[in-house]
Write a protein that binds this ligand. Structure first.
Ligand code: NAD
Length: 477
């Protein structure tokens, strides 16, 4: 595999029946990089039909064989790390380092779920009355519709595809309209790994509502797994209610990053750089607000600003880039408006704070202090390299403020006293907490949120069960 991306060649192998095309832009220039098929109407029905037809044989394939295919996918993905990483930098704008890390993370889902595929168990119990046995079996839910966001085009897809395939489900993957090329590459890779025809379909479109409504109206689609924003997730939950479709949701976050007054500030800033700046701040787990004790707030702001100001900004495809562009013009405009509003509301700018004068969808690394607790930056999820610092009086105030949101995906706490950090972590209403650590995602851990951040878990031992249903047999013997 060459370390270059041949988009034309990639698209030559992807020829679904389509109603025209839509344009994918390079976020570092705003210029088009590809025209991708728009799959609609009857082509969606046909994909469902083929996935339903492929289901019985795939579900009956020996778990060891399914595992071998997933292992092959893991190896192929690592062998193709460079071109795949470059493709993501190109269509999404992430740095080369972030893209390489994502390919490794994404590939690991194939390995983890290959290992899980052969360990899907059942149970045998004696009924309390002693009259019979209770035998439980796990079966694949069926045809799964998988909807992924643009921010991790590979990992969000493999985090769904791998457990779906391990469980014996067939899948329709609809990638985000900003980043369909990575998904097309993944489908091709899975075919080469040995996934039988019909088992995985990639459906690209820039009219997601239309496609998803059509697929969800088909009674053969039994599973929806969605990663994206909370408003779209909520709307989809209404839609899946109509046919009681098994639904998993990984939604938005508003992660608090707590720095207690005894924290090791160098470690906290190191963790903050990862938790805030991975993927240019465009991660659902991204530290969204820094809740810092007044005794260390000035020093923390100075240290963080120095690190943020030193980042090299440029196209994701450049090896030297440490902060790439935002994914699209809408995201960039959103950041400009939010930071302007915070500054009008009295926030102090330490670094960044205004859009860069260059083509493409760039926004600079920005640190703001004295951010109002009620400001949009504190209350809503901000997707980008903006770090608002809010001072908190003590641990109780920090916990209360951290929890004063309808989101509950990720949180972080830094303290030199591990017992104190753990007791604060336990009080945070969050599906995942980094304790003296800015990196939390791990294919072996259950990823997911509380409150309006989602339903269900991906990865870990839990991940495969999102694609399995329990049946029980009452047995006399
Ligand atoms: P989004 O909700 O706009 O889009 C996500 C997906 O939904 C895309 O594939 C999009 O095409 C599709 N979609 C859009 N409108 C739809 C509709 N009406 N019906 C059906 N599908 C539709 O989100 P985004 O901007 O792509 O991603 C950013 C959001 O995703 C953030 O809120 C972020 O926190 C969240 N996210 C969550 C996780 C997690 O694991 N919890 C991971 C990554 C991103």
């Amino acid at each position: 595999m060459p370390d270059v991306v041949d988009v034309d060649l990639l698209l030559k192998g992807y020829t679904p029946e389509a109603d025209g095309t839509f344009t994918v832009l390079d976020p570092s220039t705003g210029e088009p990089i590809a025209e991708v098929p728009r799959v609609t109407g009857a082509a969606v029905d046909r994909a469902v039909e083929e996935a339903a037809r492929a289901l019985p044989a795939w579900a009956a394939t020996a778990p060891r064989r399914r595992a071998e295919i997933l292992h092959a996918a893991h190896e192929l993905m690592l062998a193709e790390l460079e071109p795949l990483a470059l493709l993501m930098s190109l269509e999404m704008g992430k740095t080369r380092a972030d893209a390489r890390a994502e390919v490794r993370y994404a590939a690991e889902f194939f390995r983890w779920f290959a290992e899980e595929a052969v360990r899907i168990g059942g149970e045998l119990r004696i009924a309390p009355s002693g009259a019979n046995r209770i035998l439980t079996v796990h079966r694949p839910v069926g045809v799964a519709l998988l909807l992924t966001p643009w921010n991790f085009p590979a990992a969000m897809a493999t985090r769904k595809l791998a457990p779906a395939l391990a469980a014996g489900c067939t899948a329709l993957l609809k990638p985000a309209e900003d980043t369909p090329l990575t998904a097309i590459h993944l489908a091709d890779l899975l075919a080469r790994a040995g996934v039988p025809e019909g088992v995985v379909h990639v459906l690209t479109t820039d009219r997601p509502g239309e496609l998803v409504e059509r697929a969800l109206a088909d009674s053969r689609v039994r599973k929806l797994s969605f990663t994206g924003s909370t408003p779209i997730g909520r709307a989809l939950l209404h839609q899946t209610a109509d046919r009681i479709v098994n639904t998993s949701l990984e939604l938005g976050g508003n992660a608090p990053f707590l720095v207690l007054e005894d924290a090791d500030l160098d470690a906290a800033v190191e963790g903050a750089m990862f938790a805030k700046m991975r993927n240019g701040g465009q991660a659902c787990t991204a530290a969204n607000r820094f809740l810092v004790h007044p005794a260390v707030a000035d020093e923390f702001a100075a240290l963080l600003s120095a690190r943020m100001a030193a980042l090299t900004v440029g196209p994701g495809t450049d090896e030297a880039t440490q902060l790439g562009p935002m994914v699209n013009a809408r995201r960039q405009a959103d950041l400009i408006a939010r930071v302007d509003a915070a500054v009008s509301g009295g926030a102090r700018v330490h670094t960044g704070g205004s859009a860069l004068e260059r083509p493409g969808f760039y926004y600079p690394a920005t640190v703001l202090s004295r951010v109002d607790r009620g400001s949009v930056l504190s209350v809503e999820e901000t997707f980008g390299p903006v770090a608002p610092i809010v001072e908190v009086a003590d641990d109780d105030d920090a916990v209360a403020l951290a929890n004063s949101t309808e989101y509950g995906l990720a949180a972080y706490v830094y303290s030199a006293d591990l017992g104190r950090a753990l007791s604060v972590a336990e009080r945070l209403q969050s599906g995942m907490v980094g304790v003296n650590r800015g990196a939390i995602s791990d294919p072996a851990a259950p990823f997911g949120g509380l409150k309006q951040s989602g339903l269900g878990r991906e990865g870990g031992f839990e991940g495969v069960h999102e694609y399995l249903e329990v049946s029980y047999l009452a047995v006399d013997w």
